[in-house]
Every structure is written in C-alpha cells, then in structure tokens.
Design a protein around this ligand. Sequence first.
Ligand SMILES: Cc1ncc(COP(=O)(O)O)c(C=O)c1O
Length: 386
Amino acid sequence: MARRVAGFGTTVFVEINNLARQHGAVNLGQGAPDFDGPPEVLQAAVNAVNGALNQYAPGIGMATVREAIARHAERFYGQKLNPETDVLVTSGATEGVFAAILGLTDPGDEAIVFEPIYDTYVPNMLMAGVTPRHVPLRGESWSFDPDELARAFNRRTRIIIVNTPHNPTGKVFSRDELRVIAELCQKHDVLAITDEVYEHILYDDASHTRLATLPGMAERTLTISSLGKTFSVTGWKVGWAVGPAALVNAANQAHQFITYAVASPLQAAAATALNLPFSFFENLQANYQAKRDRMVGVLEGVGFKVFKPSGSYFIMIDWRGRAPAKVQEDFQFAQWLTTEVGVACIPASPFYQESDKQLGKYFARFAVCKKDETLAAAAERLSRLR
Ligand SMILES: Cc1ncc(COP(=O)(O)O)c(C=O)c1O
C-alpha cells in the first residue's frame, strides 16, 4: 500500500454500520435517508434509462443540467452564472471538493478548515500534498475565534473550506461570520471552497448565506453542492461546482481525469429535481423540522445536553453524566449505545485532528434523516435510559 493512503484507516461509518448490523441497532449513524426521493425525480431517471440516455455525457455535464444548476442558483441566491462556463457537474460534492482542491492548490500550499470537520477534506488535501490548518469551532453555537482564524492565514495559505450548514454540528454560519472569513480571504488573496450540500435543510428561522454572494467573494469562491441530501438520493452521487469560469475550469482540469463524466440518466433526473417548485423545498424543510424537533425532544428527555442544530441532518450531544461509569470516551459511548441500548450514533472524535481529539471526546452525532417509524423505534429504545 502506498504511503499516500496507508494512514487513512477505515472510516468510523463502516465501523458503526457493521456494529449496528451485528446488534440489530436502529441506525442513526450515517447521514443517508432510509426513505426515497420525490417520485417524479426517480421517474425522470427511469425515463432517461429507457430513453437511451445511457452513453457518456459531456465531461463538464449535460447542458440541460448545467442550465438547471444555474437557474437554481439564481432562484435561491440571486447568483448569476453562465451555464456554459461557470458550472461543472461532478460525481457528488465529494468529487467536487477533491477536484477543486486538486485544481486550485499546489503541493506545499496550506488550506484552512474548521473542525469538527467532514471526513473527506483532509485525506483529499493529503493526497494533493496540501497541509491542513484546523481552526476549532467551540461552545454552544460552535463559533470560531476570529483572531485564531486570522492567525491561521499565512503566505502559504491557498484555500479555505467552509461547510455550511455544517456536518457534524448542524451549525449554519451567520452572515457576520462569513463576512469575517470573506475579509480574511481578500486580505490574504485566498480562495474559498464551500460545501453547501445541506443548503435546503434549515431549522427555525435559520437562513443560508452563500459565501460567494458576499462582496468581493464571487471571483474567489467555488460553491459546491449536490442532489443527494436535498432530494434524498445520496446513492446517485450527482453534484456540482459553480463559480467564476477560471476556478471552474481549474476544477475541471482535475475532474476530466478523475471521473471524466457523471452518470447520464441521473444527470437528466437532476434537471427535473432542481426545477421542482418552491413548495417542494418548503415541504422538505417542514418534514425535517418535525424530525429534528422530535429527536431533540427525545435526546433532551433522556438527559443528554443537546446542541440544537440550525441546519443539516445532524444533532450533536454531550453525553457526560448520562452513560454508565465504564463509558469514558466517545467510542465507548457509541459502542455502548449501539450494543446495549440498540441505537447507533457516530462518535465525534474522528471529526477532529489528532492533537484536538479531546475536543470531541464527550460528543456523539445522531442523524435525523430517517422515516418516522425509524425515529419512533429509536425513541422507544432511548426512553429506557430515563
Ligand atoms: C458536508 C458534506 N459534504 C459532502 C457530502 C457528500 O456529498 P455527495 O454524496 O454529494 O458526494 C456529505 C455527506 O454526508 C456531507 O455531509
């Protein structure tokens, strides 16, 4: 095995999924719905397969899909994009982020990330020869210290990755926080890559601000998102990167030799999905709001300290004082909850770099993107802890 990948290990998700399966636990671990996406979107994929849309799509994406992505950006954020030059269709947001890192950094560059962190960014950076610099999010609202962020910038910094709404905390970066980030990017001539896959999953009165729409940021931000979360089709792996032509082109330089082109019938269905009326997006939010409220109630009812999320699929808890004495850290907590209570969750320390693991030691993440009966089964098992 090459040194490049030898240190990666298996992801915590594989480990917890296996444990959940072995013990018949209700799995609130992985962030994938256990229900299907809108029938008209599924049907559009079927129609595309039956309608002979089964050969390679253009590498940058089918024209109808690039147009739909551009229209969506204008409809929700007033962002004006040229579908010919400013949109790249990728194999999920995952590939979009990797292609962006490969296309926009050189070995030896530095990249700033917030932690806890979604698990693909750092391995992506290491494969690209880029050094990550982690800035912790702390406290009730998972805020960053602006001075600490400023200190992370230096002459080697090339990019910052901003994930909002945020996995695993459910934080939605405020406009003021994004302004701080935007000013530092401009001051240090740094590019921003944003991961906005949860852009439509927002709670209470939270609103999602696209960093690219702040003054001075359109020309230096590549915005990445995907179909998976918004349309409950995480297995489709259709995503996109949008922004100024120069940045999109740089990401495409990498993309053309990673995946080349994304599955044609699923792209065709993406156009149907992105063109759905506002009512679809409103219903999605209402459904998720009910799921979040229910699970916040259940977890608080058991006595966990709950970090109420403003967006995303996830709820983070601090379980201290609500687990048996033998449970001393997050992996033990997840193991105990999965095997003895019958509900699987994800320990939080894997979302932190080695030297900061203690920051996640008492946290666990629960996913709410599950059918009501799944959440009811989890609630029933958790209620035994009272
Ligand atoms: C923050 C974040 N980005 C990206 C992804 C993956 O997106 P995709 O399936 O479109 O590659 C996930 C999935 O969990 C995620 O949580």
